[in-house]
Design a protein around this ligand. Structure first.
Ligand SMILES: C[S@@+](CC[C@H](N)C(=O)[O-])C[C@H]1O[C@@H](n2cnc3c(N)ncnc32)[C@H](O)[C@@H]1O
Length: 301
């Protein structure tokens, strides 16, 4: 095996042999293998195919064998092997302290929140709860150039990854990191609750009972980023209970629920949230205007 093409072809076959799971950035083994091999060679992911005939040095082959071994036998996601993931077409540093970015919040931001926020001024004060790598907070800061974004997480490891990315995007003056358990530490200098025009969160929402059914790749991600008690609803319930007092008038909160939407709708069948259209993907983000939050469960009748 001499050329880049040889190595991509070999990686595809090994991925197929070992039932590698795809769910962190690519849809097929050819794209996954090209990402791994080109990244492992420190070449751009969109390298022109005319270069795929280039021959590899012996040391490069050794490095690729190790990367392909870890991808296929340890089932380590490619993003962790290369310490790089893509969100809204932009690169982010990642390691095993953070979830690999893949949130549908990217579509919502790209689509300008589907005009849900259109009727008012662009949000100035924004909060991203459970920021992980900081990808959503950074995307929001770029999308709303006059905004100030608080990016919070309970986990110091995640915050240090987010700091790295905020630095790389030179957004230190507009994206502020705060360690906080949901809203608990989000206070101003006088100890008063900070308030926002827009709150977003991709919280942990996977039912712990589903853990053993998840592909091995997911077990490389931090458990605290994936799982929440009470069928995955524990955090979102706390967040929504407190969100009204953390929003300015006219503000909105959006929470990603993923497959947990099923449990959310089952637990609170009359809830007053809006499942945001993410078609062709099924909707998995629920939004509430501040005015609906006093009775977000819809139980007051
Ligand atoms: C699903 S990950 C989302 C990461 C990132 N926002 C993204 O979309 O890629 C959830 C994040 O919430 C954080 N988290 C878990 N429990 C939390 C809590 N009680 N308060 C704040 N953050 C929490 C985790 O550390 C993790 O970084």
């Amino acid at each position: 095996m001499e050329t880049i093409l040889d190595w991509i072809r070999w990686a595809v076959s090994r991925m197929d042999e070992h039932d590698v799971f795809l769910g962190h950035g690519t849809q097929n083994y050819l794209d996954e293998a090209a990402w791994l091999v080109l990244g492992g060679l420190r070449l751009p992911p969109d390298l022109d195919r005319s270069w795929w005939d280039a021959r590899l040095a012996a040391s490069e082959k050794g490095e690729l064998v190790e990367l392909i071994r870890r991808r296929c036998l340890d089932h380590t996601p490619t993003a962790y092997l290369l310490q790089r993931a893509w969100f809204m077409g932009q690169p982010f540093y990642v390691d095993e302290r953070v979830l690999i970015p893949r949130s549908p919040f990217g579509d919502l931001i790209r689509g300008d929140f589907h005009r849900v926020l259109d009727k008012q001024e662009p949000p100035r004060e924004i909060l991203d709860i459970g920021t992980g790598s900081g990808c959503i907070a950074i995307a929001l800061a770029e999308h709303f150039p006059d905004s100030h974004v608080v990016a919070s997480d309970i986990d110091f490891g995640a915050l240090s990854v987010a700091a790295h990315n905020i630095d790389a995007y030179q957004l230190n003056d507009r994206v502020e990191l705060v360690q906080s358990d949901i809203f608990d530490q989000l206070l101003d200098a006088e100890g008063q609750p900070l308030r926002f025009d827009l709150i977003v969160s991709n919280p942990p929402y996977v039912d712990p009972d589903e853990a053993e059914d998840l592909p091995d790749e997911y077990h490389h991600e931090p458990a605290a980023a994936l799982f929440a008690d009470d069928r995955g609803l524990a955090l979102v319930e706390r967040l929504l209970d407190q969100a009204a007092e953390r929003l300015n008038p006219g503000g909105w909160v959006f929470v990603e629920m993923g497959n947990g939407r099923h449990w959310f709708d089952q637990r609170w069948p009359n809830h007053r949230g809006l499942w945001v259209d993410l078609s062709p993907a099924p909707s998995s983000i629920v939004g509430f205007p501040r005015e609906q939050l006093a009775d977000w469960r819809g139980e007051a009748g």
